[in-house]
Design a protein around this ligand. Structure first.
Ligand code: ATP
Ligand code: MG
Length: 582
C-alpha cells in the first residue's frame, strides 16, 4: 500500500525532503527565542546593560525572520509535494480505471469510484501534508524544548515530563475513539454519493415517477448517517482543548510556584523562569499536534486502502503477448461456449453455444428478455471473456487479437448506448477520429440520421448535451448506429438499436446496410420479427441456449417459439415475452 504512494510521490521527492528540513529549521529558530529572552532579562534588564539588550534583540529578530521564512518555505514545499501526490494518484487511478474490462466495472459502483477519486485522494493529500510538516516539526519541537528546559533547570523540567506522559496517554485514548468513528465515515460517503449520482443522472425518471420525496428521504438518511458519525467522532475531540488547557495551566501554576521559591533561594533567575514558561507551551502544543497527525494518518489509512484496492484490481481481459493486428474477415464461430458473469453464480448465462456465421451474412437474433442475447454478442468483441469454449472471429480465437484491432473491426451499438457532450460531428468521430465530414455525412445517410440532422438549425454542429439528452430516443439510436458505421467494421452488431425507430425507417436502415456495406457481417438483435425477417438466418435464443437457427421460412416451419411470436405479432399486438413465456 505504502509502495503505491511512494511511486506516485517520486516526482516530488525534492519537495518531500525539503519540507521536513525547513520545518526543523523553523523549530530550531523558534527554540532560540525563549533562550534569548532569558538572556535579555537576566543580563540586559536586570544588569542594566542596554547594549546587551540591543545585541541579543537583533539576534532575536534575525532568528524570528529566518524561522518565518523557513516556515513559509516548508509550507510551500509541503503543499507542492502533497498536491503533486494527489495529482499523480488521481491520474494513475483514472488511467487504471480506463483499462478495466466490463467485468471489472461490474465490481465497483460508479459512486464508489468517484469517492475514491475525490474524497479519498483529498484525505491522503491532507494526511501527507500534515505528515511532512507536523510529523517532523512536532517531535523536533518537543525534543528541543525539552532539552532546552532541562538545560535551564532539571528539577523544574521534570514537571513537563510528567505532564507529557499524562497528557499523551489521555490524548491517545481520545484519539483512538475518534479514529474508529472517522474510519466508519468513508463507506458512508459512498452511500451518499451513490444517492446523488443515481438521482442526478436519472432525474427525469425520478420526476416521471414523482419519486422526488422518496429520493430526498434517501439522501437525507445517507447524509444524516455521515452527520451522526462525525458528531460522535468530533464529540470525542472536544475534550482535547480543555484537557490541553488544564494541563498547560497546571504546569504554569506548578512551575511558577516552584520557580518563585527557587528565585527567592537564588537557584533560578527571573529570565530563566520566563523561558521555562514559554517552553511549556511549546512542549504541550507539540504533543497536541502529534496526536492530530496520528488521527489524520489513521483516517487516511482507510482511504489508502480503498485507493489501492482500485489500483490493484487487474483487468481480467488483457492483450495477448503476441497480438494479431489483422482480422481476416467477418466470419464468427462459437465453439461450445459457456459463460457466467460471476464465478459464484449457480446457473450459466450461456450454455454450450455452437454457431457458425459466414462473413457478410445478415443474422437476426431474437428471444425474450433475459434470454442472453446481449451476453452472446458481447463475447464477440471480447467485452467479456468466455468461461468455457472459444469464440472465433475471422478464423482466429478472439483472445489472440490485439484488443483495439478487434474492437475496431467488431463495432457494437450497445443496448443502452449514450452520446457524449459535444457536437454531432464530435460524437460521430468517436467511431473514427480521422473521419472527414463527408464520411460522417455518408454514415448518417446509411443510418437514416441525416434527415433529422439537416432539420437542426446548426446541422452537424448541433451541440449534444451530456448523455444525449437533447435528442429523441430514436434520433440517439440512429446517431449511435452512424457512429458505429464510421469504424468501417468487418462485423457490425446492433443490440436492439432500432427499437425506438419507426418501422419504415428501420427497414430503410436495413436496406442501406444490404446495399452499402454488403461485405460486413451484420448481427441484428430485435424484439420485432419484422426487423429480422429478411435476414439471411435468424438465431432464436431461449434461456441462454440457441433454440433455433435458420431462415425465416425454416424457423416458421420448425421452431415453435418463433412461430408463436410471429403469429402473435402479425395478428396485431402481442409481444415476444408474452407468447414465449406461456
Ligand atoms: N453485468 C451483468 N452482471 C451479472 N448478470 C448479468 C449482467 N448482465 C446481464 N446479466 C444477467 O444475464 C442474463 C442475460 O442477460 P442479457 O442482458 O444477455 O439478456 P438479453 O437477452 O439481452 O435481454 P434484453 O432483451 O432485455 O436485452 C440475465 O439473467 C441477466 O440478469
Ligand atoms: Mg439485451
Amino acid at each position: 500500500m505504502i509502495r503505491i504512494l511512494l511511486r506516485e510521490v517520486k516526482e516530488y521527492k525534492k519537495a518531500s525532503v525539503a519540507t521536513p528540513l525547513f520545518m526543523i529549521l523553523e523549530v530550531l529558530m523558534e527554540m532560540m527565542i525563549p533562550f534569548l529572552m532569558a538572556s535579555i532579562i537576566d543580563d540586559g534588564v536586570n544588569a542594566g546593560d542596554i547594549g546587551h539588550i540591543y545585541k541579543v534583540g537583533g539576534v532575536m529578530v534575525a532568528a524570528a525572520s529566518i524561522g518565518l521564512l523557513a516556515g513559509i518555505a516548508g509550507g510551500r514545499y509541503g503543499a507542492k509535494a502533497s498536491a503533486g501526490l494527489a495529482k499523480n494518484l488521481r491520474e494513475t487511478m483514472f488511467n487504471h480505471i480506463q483499462t478495466f474490462s466490463f467485468a471489472n466495472i461490474d465490481k465497483y459502483s460508479t459512486a464508489g469510484l468517484v469517492t475514491r477519486l475525490t474524497t479519498d485522494v483529498t484525505n491522503v493529500q491532507n494526511a501527507y501534508q500534515m505528515t511532512l510538516r507536523m510529523f517532523t516539526r512536532a517531535p523536533a519541537s518537543l525534543l528541543c524544548a525539552m532539552v532546552m528546559a532541562f538545560r535551564i533547570n532539571g528539577r523544574l523540567s521534570s514537571v513537563y515530563l510528567a505532564a507529557v506522559v499524562i497528557l499523551g496517554i489521555l490524548l491517545a485514548v481520545i484519539m483512538s475513539h475518534a479514529t474508529r468513528y472517522f474510519q466508519q465515515a468513508f463507506p458512508k460517503y459512498d452511500d451518499m454519493n451513490a444517492s446523488v449520482q443515481e438521482n442526478v443522472s436519472a432525474i427525469r425518471v425520478v420526476k416521471a415517477y414523482v419519486r422526488e420525496e422518496q429520493e430526498t428521504v434517501k439522501f437525507r438518511k445517507a447524509s444524516e448517517n455521515i452527520y451522526r458519525i462525525f458528531m460522535k467522532a468530533e464529540g470525542n475531540l472536544v475534550y482535547n482543548a480543555p484537557l490541553m488547557q488544564l494541563t498547560v495551566y497546571s504546569c504554569i501554576l506548578l512551575i511558577s510556584w516552584m520557580g518563585a521559591k527557587m528565585i527567592v533561594a537564588s537557584e533560578l533567575t527571573t529570565g530563566e523562569l520566563m523561558s521555562l514558561l514559554a517552553y511549556c507551551m511549546n512542549i504541550l502544543m507539540s504533543l497536541m499536534m502529534l496526536s492530530m497527525v496520528f488521527v489524520m494518518i489513521s483516517m487516511s489509512m482507510a482511504s489508502i486502502r480503498r485507493i489501492s484496492e482500485v489500483l490493484r484490481e487487474s483487468s481480467d481481459i488483457e492483450n495477448p503477448k503476441e497480438p494479431v493486428y489483422e482480422v481476416a474477415d467477418g466470419s464468427i464461430e462459437f465453439r461450445h461456449v459457456d459463460f457466467v458473469y460471476r464465478k459464484d453464480s449457480e446457473s450459466p448465462v450461456l450454455k454450450d453455444i455452437n454457431l457458425k456465421i459466414r462473413s457478410g451474412e445478415v443474422i437476426g437474433i431474437i428471444g425474450g428478455t433475459g434470454s442472453a442475447k446481449t451476453s452472446l454478442v458481447n463475447l464477440i468483441s471480447r467485452l467479456y471473456d468466455v468461461t468455457g469454449g472459444a469464440v472465433c472471429v475471422g478464423g482466429r480465437n478472439v483472445r489472440e487479437y490485439d484488443m483495439e484491432t478487434l474492437r475496431n473491426q467488431v463495432s457494437v451499438v450497445l443496448q443502452n448506448n449514450v452520446l457524449f457532450s459535444g457536437t454531432i460531428l464530435d460524437n460521430l468521430r468517436w467511431g473514427n477520429r480521422e473521419a472527414t465530414e463527408e464520411e460522417c455525412r455518408e454514415a448518417c445517410r446509411q443510418a437514416c440520421a441525416d434527415e433529422f440532422i439537416q432539420r437542426f438549425p446548426e446541422g452537424y454542429e448541433t451541440y449534444i448535451e451530456q448523455g444525449g439528452s437533447n435528442v429523441s430516443g430514436g434520433q440517439r439510436q440512429r446517431l449511435c448506429i452512424a457512429r458505429a458505421l464510421l469504424k468501417k467494421p468487418k462485423i457490425l452488431i446492433l443490440d436492439d438499436s432500432t427499437s425506438a425507430v419507426d418501422t419504415a425507417t428501420d427497414a430503410k436502415i436495413r436496406k442501406a446496410f444490404r446495399e452499402e456495406i454488403p461485405d460486413t457481417t451484420k448481427l441484428i438483435i430485435a424484439q420485432r420479427i419484422g426487423s429480422v425477417k429478411d435476414a439471411d438466418r435468424i438465431i432464436v435464443m431461449d434461456e441462454g441456449c440457441v433454440d433455433g437457427f435458420g431462415t425465416h421460412e425454416e424457423l416458421l416451419r420448425e421452431n415453435a417459439i418463433y412461430r408463436e411470436v410471429y403469429e402473435s405479432q402479425t395478428n396485431g399486438g402481442g409481444d415476444f415475452d408474452e407468447k414465449a413465456g406461456d
